[in-house]
Design a protein around this ligand. Sequence first.
Ligand code: WTA
Length: 658
Amino acid sequence: MSSDSSAKIETVLQEERVFNPSDETINRASIKGFAQYQKMVNSAKSDPQKFWGEAALEGLHWFKPFNTVLDWTDPPFARWFDGGKTNVSYNCLDRHVKQGKGEKIAIIWEGEPGEVRKITYKQLLEQVCRTANALKEIGIKKGDLVALYMPMVPEAAVAMLACARIGAPHSVVFGGFSSEALRDRINDGQAKAIITADGGFRKDKIISLKNAVDSALSGNSCPSVESVLVVKRTSESISFSPGRDYWWHELVPAQSIDCPAEEMDSEDRLFVLYTSGSTGKPKGVVHTTAGYNLWAHMTFQWIFDVREEEIYWCTADVGWITGHSYIVYGPLSNGSTTVMYEGVPRPSNPGAFWDLIERHKINIFYTAPTAIRAFMKSGRDIPDKYNLKSLRLLGTVGEPINPEAWIWYRDVIGGNSCPIVDTWWQTETGGVMISPLPGAIPTKPGSATLPLPGIEAEIVNAEGKSVDVNQGGYLVIKHPWPGMMRTVHGNPQRFRESYWEYLPPINGSLVYFAGDGARRDKDGYFWIMGRVDDVINVSGHRLGTMEIESALVSHNSVAEAAVVGKPDDIKGEAIVAFVTLESGANHNEKLLTDLKVHVSTEIGAIARPDEIRFTNSLPKTRSGKIMRRLLRALAAGEEVKGDTSTLEDRNVLDELRK
Ligand code: WTA
């Protein structure tokens, strides 16, 4: 970075800059100007039933219209659009083909080695129907859970839509998770089939997925699984278990293209997606048909405001909620062209993203702050080599974005003219909750700005009382919304306790607690401060400290472990583990490496600790609770401040400081 731009960044941090939507942006937007946004906010607030009811009739196709909009008689278990019948795959495919858009490109896919595939809506519909018939042939019925463990290939989207078509909920497991993590998720959901590939390409290497599936299933450890459908991607040699394993290219193309979409109840499950919480194992977040579909549909329309001829690209993986809502369901439900890229920027191709934008003339680009910070570090020379003039709108998701990165993004990638939408949301919320609407809301670098219409967000203290302007507190949502998660798979009590009973009711009503801390400025803008629970956010990936601790403790040499996040310039947070060893174990370099590998094997490479510190004991309160606050300060190299009087053994701190 030049000294000139760093001087600029400092001024940005000191002053509160506001970027108003340009006239051009306002003129082309569907929601024009702040007044129109305010009007929507008011109508959603004064009559939510009418607001959401009209939105659902307009946004989705119904085989049979619903009787009620929201049933909130048994909070926190919401029912939306009861009595209605719809199908997400129909909404994403058939209705566009019926409206004469069959020849429009639905998916532009690029593999890491560089192959390009363009799939029209008509072709996608046919592929989805064939795949749905193939699933039926291997015994999948409405209500059966299907696990997906896929690289970023079009078949991943096809498989999701095929499941939705026949009413079999999917459970996508990120391809970077280990076979152990895959096994846990398969067993928790009792998946009946797995859709996978031989492997995928990532950073010029092959990720062997089928091998991982084989180890997850070995020794009958996943008795619910009856069949495995395998896409050929890398052509590496894999083992095949006859009667259980099927090649996609043999089973799918042989099927008929006729497969009418199942008429699903609004509240039938669409998918389960596992995410980390502060305690216990990852939770299976359950989303249902109509409400989720509507939320993905509306938020995509409001925020990205994609025009008929425009091309949109979200760089997430389909293994995360961002991939579900904003690569697959949101864009396709709106009949947009969505780009799917298998690769990531890598040493052999550091300009990969910009090259894609130039070649496919991408208009809307949605990525994570981690990626932006990494690009910023490698310098503007790389993006400057490419023609990025097609870009019209930029988005970020997954972590707080620091103002320096925001300004760099706007300046270097957006040529100082593209609005930036910093979108705050979660796996649990189904879609975006707080974000600028590009033609309506002035932006401030580092702020997700204001809640979308119908979303009543607030910041409260532990007693549930609103806090003052600029005071930090807990971010809560006060009214149910269509895209909200319905429950934790198999554990409704956990759903109630972790999200709706963590904070006291406000005016007698339960409120949703997101797990994030935030503040609001004088204009009511939200500034997300990060997780306030034991969840860490590494490069936009959510990890529970407990999960990593359990992985460490499952190693023979480890007695106890405490994991904390430490600020990291690129990744947002890095993982630091404090570990005590079983007597007789030697804390040497080899064990250090072994432990890192062990965590990768147990969870996946994303959970591998950046740093492991051996210690004789961990700082605990007299009641035996680990004082993470102290460990966080130590990990960050800060002075340990605040009360340490509850420490059971004061000497522990001195030892750790060494
Ligand atoms: C964080 C990802 C600040 C937050 C869609 C949240 C953000 C968690 C933002 C959810 C943002 C997401 N600004 N923080 N714009 N977006 N987060 O479930 O801590 O993988 O609770 O969903 O990411 O992560 P998840």
